[in-house]
Design a protein around this ligand. Structure first.
Ligand code: FA5
Ligand code: MG
Length: 451
């Protein structure tokens, strides 16, 4: 707070303390830039005023890039994917069964090793460098991920563990866990979600085993990179890996959703695979992206000591698959502790057919806000404020107007925020108060100016 600002705000109460964060309720002393109609004016400001954060039992020194929020830290360690009778656990067991039943090694044991308890706190090296993410790649921006400090972050994808597990000598593995991202606010995006990574490496004999005699095909070459292959791979190697990968994932989708599910492959880009694709499936009449995948960059394999092999990898979004499988309309529901939600998934057999039945029909409160933004405005900063103050009461945030003043060139944005409690009714007054809190925090923390 600058001195000038401090005069306008009075700290009334510390209403929560979490991991060294103090969350204060502030009252605005004058209503200079806020609508007069607001009866209570408040803002929630988080400040990391301690030198260390304790996350899952370990201490981390904070520094100038620390940007995890108390709302996010609160969600850590819940391991929803391991919780019996949780839809994420049911779908995880279905996917594991698919791999165990269809993929066996020479000793008839399951081919894929499973890791579902690796800590989500990783180094920046694991999350980015080990995957060849360039130092200026947008995914490294502070506005995209949650950082504990300049060395540690909350993993933004389960791919962060690929290199370590390959180094340990594994040829086929699944990694499941919670991942963290600063992202948009709507029914299919949440700042904490779950992914399952799958990696499979092949020797020449394994990849071309269907040919019988493998002496006629070439595995590696010193060629050139194009849309279909990497420089070290022959066209045969690349196409064979692509077919193997796509068959594995197509059969998984059919296993989960039935033979008539509509799906499509979309070309994609990831720094750690080439070529790369995303798979989309039809959900409520729209295409929903459920996974990213591709042929592992050979450089990752050589750095991990597996240069004689080639491989594919994929990363599934477990919430999105479960939404489609059980007709769960909103991603926030996965965090519900309401028995009317959880009891619907209380089955022993993960193959039981379940269609989620909404237990409460609440009507939304919709409020718009439009404001002038400073030049360094980042949308994800605004979404974080919405999450911090509104929590799971916010269903959707939609940017519906972008305007540049023709003379002053000042930029303004208009957002429509939909408030709806999933378990009980929400009064207009309650929603309006949260809305004012969000606007006030935006003014304080981001320097926006209401229009
Ligand atoms: C990745 O995370 C890559 N690591 C996937 C990958 C792995 C590619 C291995 C190649 C090889 P992406 O950012 O597209 O990719 O996320 C993967 C999936 O996670 C998405 O398809 C989607 O299903 C899910 N997902 C992404 N963001 C969110 C979010 N905010 N909320 C819920 N699910 C999300
Ligand atoms: Mg994607």
């Amino acid at each position: 707070f600058s001195c000038e600002e401090k005069m306008m705000w009075k700290r009334i109460q510390c209403f929560a303390k979490l991991n060294g964060y103090h969350i204060y309720l502030w009252e605005r002393q004058s209503s200079l830039s806020l609508p007069i109609s607001l009866s209570r004016k408040y803002s929630v400001k988080t400040s990391c005023d301690v030198d260390t954060l304790t996350v899952l039992g370990n201490s981390y020194n904070t520094d100038k890039i620390t940007n995890v929020t108390p709302k996010i830290l609160e969600k850590m360690g819940k391991n929803l994917h391991c919780k019996h009778n949780h839809p994420l656990n049911l779908i995880t067991r279905r996917i594991e069964n698919y791999f165990n039943n269809n993929y066996r090694n020479n000793w008839r044991a399951p081919m894929f090793s499973k890791f579902d308890r690796i800590s989500p706190v990783v180094t920046l090296t694991q999350n980015f460098d080990s995957l060849l993410v360039p130092s200026d790649h947008p995914s490294r921006a502070l506005s995209e991920s949650y950082y504990l400090n300049s060395e540690y972050m909350l993993r933004a994808h389960t791919s962060a563990h690929q290199s370590d597990l390959i180094k340990q000598g594994l040829d086929a593995f699944l990694v499941l866990g919670d991942v963290y991202r600063r992202d948009t606010v709507d029914a299919s995006h949440y700042p904490v979600f779950h992914q399952m990574e799958g990696v499979r490496l092949f020797s020449k004999q394994e990849l071309f085993s269907h040919l019988g005699d493998t002496s006629r095909v070439t595995f590696f070459e010193n060629g050139s990179r194009d849309a279909t292959k990497q420089e070290r791979h022959t066209i045969e190697t690349s196409l064979c890996l692509e077919e193997n990968l796509k068959n594995t994932l197509r059969n998984l989708a059919n296993n989960l959703f039935g033979d008539d599910v509509e799906m499509q492959w979309v070309d994609a880009y990831f720094p750690f695979t080439h070529p790369s694709w995303e798979l989309e499936i039809k959900y409520q009449g729209e295409w929903l992206e459920v996974l990213g995948c591709g042929i592992v960059e050979q450089e990752i394999l050589s750095s991990a000591g597996a240069d004689s092999r080639v491989g594919w990898a994929f990363g599934l979004g477990l919430e999105r698959l479960a939404m489609r499988l059980y007709s769960i309309p909103d991603i926030r529901l996965f965090w519900s502790e309401d028995s009317r939600f959880l009891d619907q998934f209380n089955v022993e057999d993960p193959n039981t057919k379940i269609t989620y039945k909404p237990f409460s029909k609440q009507s939304p409160v919709i409020n718009d806000v439009s404001f002038w933004v400073p030049d360094d405005f980042s949308e994800n900063d605004f979404y974080d404020i919405v999450r911090n103050i509104g929590g799971d009461i916010v269903e959707n945030v939609e940017l519906f107007d972008n305007f540049v003043h023709p003379k002053t060139k000042r930029k303004s944005k208009a957002y429509r925020i939909t408030y709806r409690h999933m378990e009980r009714s929400l009064t207009k007054r309650e929603a309006n108060e949260i809305h004012s809190g969000i606007v006030a925090a935006g003014v304080q923390q981001l320097g926006i100016q209401e229009r």
